[in-house]
Design a protein around this ligand. Structure first.
Ligand SMILES: [Zn+2]
Length: 104
């Protein structure tokens, strides 16, 4: 059998729907700075986002408010940096507002 938390469910910071944790990317507060936690190994406060463009965009456009799971407000610029990092790791390299897909 696989790990016990294999089917753990989390709420997406973008669409606010619950889904399997492994279908999402973790965002953690590291030293007070929101960071993409690709390896999901940072302790402490974290939130999750679907690997989907609409969810990343919704997360960016949210009004400034404390995210319940992060227990801290995350500024627009900081959120943008997070989504760009996710997009870069997932689709390729982000240059300006363009995503250069790996291998293209
Ligand atoms: Zn979502």
């Amino acid at each position: 059998m696989s790990k016990r938390n294999h089917n753990a469910v989390r709420t997406c910071l973008g669409c606010a729907e619950r889904d399997l944790k492994r279908a999402m990317v973790r965002v953690a507060l590291v030293g007070g700075v929101a960071t993409v936690d690709a390896a999901q190994r940072h302790a402490g406060r974290g939130g999750y986002l679907h690997r989907s463009l609409p969810c990343l965009e919704r997360f960016e456009r949210h009004r400034l408010k404390p995210f319940r799971s992060l227990k801290s407000p995350v500024g627009m610029a900081e959120r943008r940096r997070i989504t760009e990092t996710i997009k870069a790791g997932w689709l390729g390299t982000v240059r300006g507002d363009k995503i250069i897909v790996n291998g293209a």
